[in-house]
Design a protein around this ligand. Structure first.
Ligand SMILES: [Zn+2]
Length: 396
């Protein structure tokens, strides 16, 4: 009987709020685990998608790079062929010029011979005329008339020979002139060819310049891809750093909320955006490390912001924490009633104080990078009865 009385006393004096249904707690935990698994699968798909996206991009860009390298070597060999052809044509022109000068020298010699032979013919003709034809100047020159007649005859046969030699020389000169003309024609043809080759060389050089420009563009694209990959790696590192710091705070945070939160009131179903513009750069939930395979849970969302940018209260309520909090840095927690609280981490400066009442939209602090954070942003959490939940659905 005594024991029954004691039990009754215990039951009567037990706090009314305490017996939260154990079944409810288990159901909540199960729902949370299911949500985490779903988010994990999503994160795995995202990571696989990212990996294949970059693999495809890199392989297609590398393929284009190889094409361009092929085009470049083709352009360079075409140019080398043209340069060789130009060198050969220039050598052929030099050779024809040499030939021309040789033939012109021969022609000059032949012309000199002709002139000399011609002079000789004239001199002999004059001599012959003097001795035989018109006037025989003196009888003393020849012993007899027969002798004089012989001399005239001899002289005229020499004149005939010399005239024949002159004809041969004239023929030679004609041939040499024709040869010079022919070589001049060849030279003109070669010069035409050189002109065409020079045009082709210009075109080939333009083509090579185009291909090289293309190559530079693709090289720049590859650099950009590497930079994008580096940014993703940096994001992962920053995310890990922050989550490490936040995970260490979880237990203490839950205790604080249990102590400070009021159970009365109704939790708001919708929240005011704490930053404007509102841009989520890291979402809520567990994530699989793409390389190492382990998971980390991000208890809130990260919003992009500049240092000193105003942070607004997401709903009306009472400040239940305003101060430094480990990896969270300068932190504000607002209790909104109905078991709901919002948290604002990494602030450069806090604008409210403990126990202060705030209205929705009031400035509660300024964006910063205090605590474990790699750059200015707002880490924002929604807590329901101490447990973190995805804040994103609260923003319409
Ligand atoms: Zn965060």
């Amino acid at each position: 009987m005594k024991r029954l009385a004691l039990l009754l006393v215990i039951l009567l004096f037990a706090p009314i709020a305490a017996p939260v249904s154990a079944q409810n707690v288990i159901e909540d935990e199960l729902a949370e685990i299911a949500a985490e698994i779903e988010a994990l699968e999503e994160a795995m798909n995202d990571a696989e998608g990212d990996v294949s996206y970059y693999q495809n991009l890199i392989s297609s860009t590398t393929g284009r790079m190889n094409d361009i390298r092929g085009q470049l070597s083709a352009a360079e060999s075409a140019l080398a062929d043209l340069n060789l052809a130009i060198t050969e044509t220039q050598a052929a022109i030099s050779f024809t010029e040499l030939e021309i000068s040789q033939k012109e020298a021969e022609l000059a010699l032949t012309s000199a011979n002709i002139a000399e032979t011609h002079d000789m013919v004239v001199t002999q003709a004059v001599e012959l005329f003097k001795r035989g034809g018109g006037q025989i100047q003196t009888a003393f020159d020849y012993a007899s008339v027969q002798e004089a007649a012989l001399a005239v005859k001899y002289g005229s046969s020499v004149l005939e020979d010399t005239n024949r030699a002159l004809d041969v020389l004239e023929e030679l000169r004609n041939q040499e002139e024709q040869q010079v003309d022919l070589i001049e024609e060849q030279k003109a043809t070669l010069n035409d060819q050189l002109g065409r080759l020079a045009t082709a060389q210009n075109q080939a050089e333009t083509q090579r310049a185009l291909v090289e420009e293309n190559k530079k563009q693709i090289e720049a694209e590859l650099v950009n891809l590497q930079a994008a990959l580096q940014l993703i790696k940096n994001d992962i590192r920053a995310y890990e750093l922050e989550v490490d710091g936040l995970e260490a705070e979880q237990e203490g945070l839950i205790e604080l909320l249990e102590e400070q939160q009021s159970q009365g009131g109704v939790a708001p179903g919708e929240l005011f955006r704490p930053l404007n513009p509102f841009r989520i750069v890291s979402s809520y939930g567990p994530r699989l490390h793409p390389i190492l395979g382990y998971t980390r849970t991000h208890a809130g969302i990260d919003l992009d912001g500049d240092t000193g940018q105003e942070i607004s209260a997401a709903a009306s309520g009472r400040i239940i924490y305003a101060g430094v909090r480990g990896g969270y840095g300068n932190t504000v927690i607002i209790d909104h009633g109905g078991g709901m609280a919002t948290l604002y981490a990494h602030q450069s400066r806090i604008a409210v104080s403990y126990n202060q009442e705030v209205r929705v939209g009031d400035v509660i602090g300024y964006v910063g990078s205090t605590g474990l954070s790699t750059g200015p942003h707002l880490h924002f959490e929604v807590r329901i009865n101490g447990a973190h939940t995805n804040p994103a659905p609260y923003f319409s």
